[in-house]
Design a protein around this ligand. Structure first.
Ligand code: ATP
Ligand code: MG
Ligand code: MG
Length: 281
Protein backbone atom coordinates (compact mmCIF):
# COMPACT_ATOMS: atom_id res chain seq x y z
CA UNK A 1 0.00 0.00 0.00
CA UNK A 2 1.16 3.53 -0.71
CA UNK A 3 1.55 5.90 2.19
CA UNK A 4 2.41 9.52 2.77
CA UNK A 5 5.61 9.77 4.81
CA UNK A 6 5.76 13.52 5.34
CA UNK A 7 5.12 16.93 3.90
CA UNK A 8 7.98 18.08 1.67
CA UNK A 9 6.90 21.67 1.35
CA UNK A 10 4.25 24.17 0.45
CA UNK A 11 4.07 26.54 -2.44
CA UNK A 12 1.68 29.18 -3.60
CA UNK A 13 -0.91 26.78 -4.90
CA UNK A 14 -0.52 23.51 -3.17
CA UNK A 15 1.23 21.12 -0.87
CA UNK A 16 3.85 18.53 -1.78
CA UNK A 17 4.07 15.23 0.10
CA UNK A 18 6.59 12.40 0.12
CA UNK A 19 4.83 9.26 -1.03
CA UNK A 20 6.12 5.71 -0.54
CA UNK A 21 4.68 2.88 -2.57
CA UNK A 22 4.39 -0.81 -1.57
CA UNK A 23 7.76 -1.61 -3.17
CA UNK A 24 9.36 1.19 -1.10
CA UNK A 25 9.85 3.51 -4.08
CA UNK A 26 9.50 7.16 -3.26
CA UNK A 27 7.63 9.82 -5.19
CA UNK A 28 6.52 13.39 -4.65
CA UNK A 29 2.76 13.92 -4.58
CA UNK A 30 1.74 17.44 -5.42
CA UNK A 31 -1.78 18.53 -4.61
CA UNK A 32 -2.74 21.67 -6.50
CA UNK A 33 -5.85 23.42 -5.39
CA UNK A 34 -7.78 24.85 -8.28
CA UNK A 35 -10.00 27.76 -7.72
CA UNK A 36 -11.10 27.63 -11.33
CA UNK A 37 -10.81 24.09 -12.63
CA UNK A 38 -10.53 23.99 -16.39
CA UNK A 39 -10.46 21.20 -18.91
CA UNK A 40 -7.20 22.68 -20.17
CA UNK A 41 -5.50 21.81 -16.90
CA UNK A 42 -6.10 18.11 -17.45
CA UNK A 43 -4.91 18.36 -21.02
CA UNK A 44 -1.80 20.05 -19.81
CA UNK A 45 -1.18 17.50 -17.07
CA UNK A 46 -1.48 14.83 -19.74
CA UNK A 47 1.14 16.55 -21.90
CA UNK A 48 3.32 16.69 -18.82
CA UNK A 49 3.19 12.92 -18.30
CA UNK A 50 4.25 12.51 -21.92
CA UNK A 51 7.35 14.65 -21.42
CA UNK A 52 10.59 12.85 -20.86
CA UNK A 53 13.88 14.66 -20.55
CA UNK A 54 16.90 13.99 -18.32
CA UNK A 55 16.69 17.50 -16.85
CA UNK A 56 12.97 17.57 -16.27
CA UNK A 57 11.27 16.27 -13.11
CA UNK A 58 9.32 13.31 -14.44
CA UNK A 59 5.57 13.40 -13.94
CA UNK A 60 4.26 9.83 -13.80
CA UNK A 61 0.59 10.20 -13.17
CA UNK A 62 -2.10 12.74 -12.49
CA UNK A 63 -5.71 12.71 -11.47
CA UNK A 64 -8.36 15.14 -10.46
CA UNK A 65 -10.46 14.74 -7.38
CA UNK A 66 -12.93 17.38 -6.36
CA UNK A 67 -11.37 20.74 -7.11
CA UNK A 68 -7.80 19.53 -6.65
CA UNK A 69 -5.33 18.19 -9.15
CA UNK A 70 -2.96 15.46 -7.94
CA UNK A 71 0.38 14.95 -9.65
CA UNK A 72 2.71 12.07 -8.87
CA UNK A 73 6.23 13.07 -9.81
CA UNK A 74 9.82 12.06 -9.39
CA UNK A 75 11.12 12.74 -5.86
CA UNK A 76 14.14 15.05 -5.81
CA UNK A 77 16.19 14.35 -2.70
CA UNK A 78 18.82 17.09 -2.81
CA UNK A 79 16.77 20.23 -2.52
CA UNK A 80 16.24 23.17 -4.81
CA UNK A 81 18.56 25.62 -6.51
CA UNK A 82 17.09 28.21 -4.17
CA UNK A 83 18.38 26.26 -1.12
CA UNK A 84 21.72 25.76 -2.87
CA UNK A 85 22.16 29.49 -3.60
CA UNK A 86 21.30 30.35 0.01
CA UNK A 87 23.95 27.89 1.28
CA UNK A 88 26.81 29.42 -0.71
CA UNK A 89 29.46 31.39 1.14
CA UNK A 90 31.49 32.19 -1.97
CA UNK A 91 30.53 32.99 -5.54
CA UNK A 92 29.93 29.97 -7.75
CA UNK A 93 32.45 29.44 -10.49
CA UNK A 94 31.22 30.65 -13.85
CA UNK A 95 31.80 27.22 -15.35
CA UNK A 96 29.44 25.68 -12.77
CA UNK A 97 26.77 28.23 -13.69
CA UNK A 98 27.35 27.68 -17.42
CA UNK A 99 26.93 23.96 -17.01
CA UNK A 100 23.57 24.46 -15.31
CA UNK A 101 22.61 27.05 -17.91
CA UNK A 102 23.28 24.52 -20.69
CA UNK A 103 21.11 21.91 -18.98
CA UNK A 104 18.33 24.42 -18.34
CA UNK A 105 18.43 25.75 -21.92
CA UNK A 106 18.25 22.18 -23.13
CA UNK A 107 15.05 21.62 -21.12
CA UNK A 108 13.54 24.84 -22.47
CA UNK A 109 14.45 23.82 -25.99
CA UNK A 110 12.67 20.51 -25.43
CA UNK A 111 9.56 22.09 -23.91
CA UNK A 112 9.31 24.95 -26.39
CA UNK A 113 9.58 22.54 -29.30
CA UNK A 114 6.45 20.91 -27.86
CA UNK A 115 4.80 24.32 -27.50
CA UNK A 116 4.96 24.10 -23.73
CA UNK A 117 5.88 27.26 -21.86
CA UNK A 118 7.01 26.72 -18.28
CA UNK A 119 5.88 30.17 -17.01
CA UNK A 120 7.16 29.68 -13.48
CA UNK A 121 10.88 29.09 -13.85
CA UNK A 122 12.65 30.17 -10.67
CA UNK A 123 15.27 28.69 -8.32
CA UNK A 124 12.54 27.18 -6.08
CA UNK A 125 11.32 25.15 -9.06
CA UNK A 126 14.75 23.87 -10.08
CA UNK A 127 16.11 20.84 -8.24
CA UNK A 128 19.69 19.61 -7.98
CA UNK A 129 20.93 16.05 -7.69
CA UNK A 130 24.10 14.72 -6.06
CA UNK A 131 26.15 15.54 -9.16
CA UNK A 132 24.77 19.09 -9.27
CA UNK A 133 22.78 18.23 -12.36
CA UNK A 134 19.58 20.23 -12.51
CA UNK A 135 16.00 19.07 -12.90
CA UNK A 136 13.22 21.48 -13.73
CA UNK A 137 10.00 20.93 -11.83
CA UNK A 138 6.52 22.42 -11.81
CA UNK A 139 6.15 22.53 -15.59
CA UNK A 140 2.68 23.53 -16.64
CA UNK A 141 1.49 23.60 -13.07
CA UNK A 142 1.56 27.36 -13.37
CA UNK A 143 -1.38 27.02 -15.75
CA UNK A 144 -3.41 25.22 -13.15
CA UNK A 145 -3.22 28.11 -10.75
CA UNK A 146 -5.67 30.96 -10.43
CA UNK A 147 -4.93 32.65 -13.68
CA UNK A 148 -2.45 35.38 -12.89
CA UNK A 149 -1.87 36.23 -16.51
CA UNK A 150 -5.24 37.22 -17.81
CA UNK A 151 -6.62 39.76 -15.41
CA UNK A 152 -6.42 43.48 -14.99
CA UNK A 153 -4.59 46.09 -17.03
CA UNK A 154 -1.37 45.88 -15.05
CA UNK A 155 -0.34 43.44 -12.41
CA UNK A 156 1.00 45.43 -9.54
CA UNK A 157 2.08 44.44 -6.09
CA UNK A 158 -1.16 46.01 -4.87
CA UNK A 159 -3.20 43.80 -7.15
CA UNK A 160 -1.45 40.77 -5.76
CA UNK A 161 -1.72 41.99 -2.25
CA UNK A 162 -5.45 42.13 -2.83
CA UNK A 163 -5.51 38.60 -4.24
CA UNK A 164 -3.46 37.31 -1.38
CA UNK A 165 -6.28 37.83 1.05
CA UNK A 166 -7.46 34.36 0.08
CA UNK A 167 -4.17 32.76 0.95
CA UNK A 168 -2.26 32.07 4.12
CA UNK A 169 0.73 34.35 4.64
CA UNK A 170 3.17 31.58 3.69
CA UNK A 171 1.33 30.92 0.45
CA UNK A 172 1.05 34.61 -0.23
CA UNK A 173 4.77 35.18 0.13
CA UNK A 174 5.34 32.31 -2.28
CA UNK A 175 3.18 34.05 -4.89
CA UNK A 176 4.97 37.36 -4.52
CA UNK A 177 8.23 35.40 -4.48
CA UNK A 178 7.51 34.07 -7.97
CA UNK A 179 6.51 37.39 -9.52
CA UNK A 180 9.93 39.06 -9.77
CA UNK A 181 11.07 36.17 -12.00
CA UNK A 182 8.30 36.89 -14.50
CA UNK A 183 9.00 38.99 -17.56
CA UNK A 184 7.80 42.55 -18.20
CA UNK A 185 5.31 41.43 -20.88
CA UNK A 186 3.59 39.16 -18.34
CA UNK A 187 3.28 42.02 -15.87
CA UNK A 188 2.14 44.29 -18.67
CA UNK A 189 -0.59 41.80 -19.64
CA UNK A 190 0.75 41.69 -23.16
CA UNK A 191 0.67 38.59 -25.32
CA UNK A 192 3.49 36.37 -24.30
CA UNK A 193 5.55 33.65 -25.93
CA UNK A 194 8.09 31.06 -24.88
CA UNK A 195 10.53 33.97 -24.48
CA UNK A 196 9.06 34.52 -21.00
CA UNK A 197 11.01 31.44 -19.91
CA UNK A 198 14.23 32.88 -21.35
CA UNK A 199 13.72 36.02 -19.25
CA UNK A 200 13.13 33.94 -16.11
CA UNK A 201 16.20 31.85 -16.83
CA UNK A 202 18.20 35.09 -17.19
CA UNK A 203 17.04 36.04 -13.68
CA UNK A 204 18.11 32.61 -12.39
CA UNK A 205 21.56 32.83 -14.01
CA UNK A 206 22.21 36.29 -12.61
CA UNK A 207 21.13 35.06 -9.19
CA UNK A 208 23.51 32.09 -9.44
CA UNK A 209 26.36 34.41 -10.41
CA UNK A 210 25.80 37.10 -7.77
CA UNK A 211 23.95 35.07 -5.08
CA UNK A 212 21.46 37.93 -5.02
CA UNK A 213 17.95 38.21 -6.41
CA UNK A 214 17.98 39.81 -9.85
CA UNK A 215 14.76 41.70 -9.17
CA UNK A 216 13.22 41.96 -5.74
CA UNK A 217 9.86 43.34 -6.72
CA UNK A 218 7.54 43.53 -9.72
CA UNK A 219 8.14 47.29 -9.68
CA UNK A 220 11.85 46.73 -10.38
CA UNK A 221 10.92 44.47 -13.32
CA UNK A 222 8.47 46.96 -14.80
CA UNK A 223 11.01 49.77 -14.36
CA UNK A 224 13.61 47.51 -15.99
CA UNK A 225 16.06 48.04 -13.19
CA UNK A 226 18.57 45.65 -14.71
CA UNK A 227 21.23 45.09 -12.08
CA UNK A 228 24.87 45.80 -12.65
CA UNK A 229 26.85 42.74 -13.64
CA UNK A 230 30.02 42.79 -11.53
CA UNK A 231 32.99 42.44 -13.89
CA UNK A 232 35.11 40.67 -11.29
CA UNK A 233 32.76 37.69 -11.33
CA UNK A 234 31.28 37.80 -14.83
CA UNK A 235 33.10 37.19 -18.10
CA UNK A 236 32.25 39.65 -20.87
CA UNK A 237 30.57 36.88 -22.90
CA UNK A 238 28.28 35.68 -20.11
CA UNK A 239 27.44 39.26 -19.16
CA UNK A 240 26.35 39.94 -22.76
CA UNK A 241 24.32 36.74 -22.89
CA UNK A 242 22.49 37.46 -19.62
CA UNK A 243 21.76 41.03 -20.72
CA UNK A 244 20.32 39.63 -23.98
CA UNK A 245 18.14 37.24 -21.98
CA UNK A 246 16.90 40.21 -19.98
CA UNK A 247 15.99 42.30 -23.04
CA UNK A 248 12.68 44.08 -22.62
CA UNK A 249 11.71 43.18 -26.18
CA UNK A 250 11.09 39.40 -26.25
CA UNK A 251 12.19 39.31 -29.90
CA UNK A 252 15.67 40.42 -28.82
CA UNK A 253 16.04 37.56 -26.34
CA UNK A 254 17.73 34.45 -27.73
CA UNK A 255 15.44 31.46 -28.15
CA UNK A 256 16.24 28.35 -26.13
CA UNK A 257 18.07 26.75 -29.03
CA UNK A 258 20.45 29.63 -29.64
CA UNK A 259 20.83 30.07 -25.89
CA UNK A 260 22.07 26.52 -25.60
CA UNK A 261 24.39 27.09 -28.52
CA UNK A 262 25.79 30.33 -27.07
CA UNK A 263 26.14 28.99 -23.53
CA UNK A 264 27.99 25.93 -24.87
CA UNK A 265 30.31 28.20 -26.87
CA UNK A 266 31.18 30.24 -23.75
CA UNK A 267 31.78 26.99 -21.90
CA UNK A 268 34.13 26.03 -24.66
CA UNK A 269 32.46 22.69 -25.24
CA UNK A 270 31.26 21.90 -28.68
CA UNK A 271 27.54 21.50 -28.99
CA UNK A 272 25.96 19.65 -31.86
CA UNK A 273 22.31 20.34 -32.56
CA UNK A 274 20.19 17.56 -31.13
CA UNK A 275 22.78 16.50 -28.55
CA UNK A 276 21.83 16.37 -24.93
CA UNK A 277 24.12 18.17 -22.55
CA UNK A 278 23.72 15.47 -19.94
CA UNK A 279 27.08 13.88 -20.41
CA UNK A 280 29.04 16.88 -19.14
CA UNK A 281 31.84 16.11 -16.69
P1 ATP B 1 5.22 27.58 -6.32
O1 ATP B 1 4.05 26.77 -5.93
O2 ATP B 1 4.94 29.02 -6.44
O3 ATP B 1 5.87 27.01 -7.55
P2 ATP B 1 7.26 26.36 -4.83
O4 ATP B 1 7.90 25.88 -6.06
O5 ATP B 1 8.15 26.80 -3.72
O6 ATP B 1 6.30 27.52 -5.14
P3 ATP B 1 5.92 23.83 -4.65
O7 ATP B 1 6.25 23.55 -6.05
O8 ATP B 1 4.53 23.62 -4.21
O9 ATP B 1 6.26 25.29 -4.25
O10 ATP B 1 6.88 22.99 -3.73
C1 ATP B 1 7.01 23.29 -2.36
C2 ATP B 1 8.30 22.70 -1.85
O11 ATP B 1 8.19 21.26 -1.85
C3 ATP B 1 9.49 23.01 -2.74
O12 ATP B 1 10.11 24.22 -2.39
C4 ATP B 1 10.38 21.81 -2.48
O13 ATP B 1 11.15 22.02 -1.33
C5 ATP B 1 9.40 20.69 -2.22
N1 ATP B 1 9.19 19.89 -3.45
C6 ATP B 1 8.35 20.16 -4.48
N2 ATP B 1 8.41 19.22 -5.44
C7 ATP B 1 9.33 18.32 -5.02
C8 ATP B 1 9.88 17.11 -5.57
N3 ATP B 1 9.49 16.64 -6.77
N4 ATP B 1 10.82 16.45 -4.86
C9 ATP B 1 11.22 16.93 -3.66
N5 ATP B 1 10.77 18.06 -3.08
C10 ATP B 1 9.82 18.75 -3.74
MG1 MG C 1 7.45 24.60 -7.20
MG1 MG D 1 4.89 26.10 -8.79
Amino acid sequence: MSKILKELGRGAFGVVYLLQTADSSKFALKVVRQTRPREDDLKEAKILTECDHPHLVKCFQFFKKGSALYLITEYCTQGTLNDYILQQKHYLQEKTVLRMLCQLSDVLRYLHAKNIIHRDLKPANIFLDLHKDVKVGDVGVARCIPNVFQEGPLITQAFYFHRQLDYTSEEASSITGALPYMSPEIHGQKKYTSKVDVWSLGCCVHEMMTLKRTFNTVYEVIQLKIPVMPRDIYSQSLETLVLDMLSEDPAKRPDAHSLLFKASAIRGKHYKSGDLVTSVE
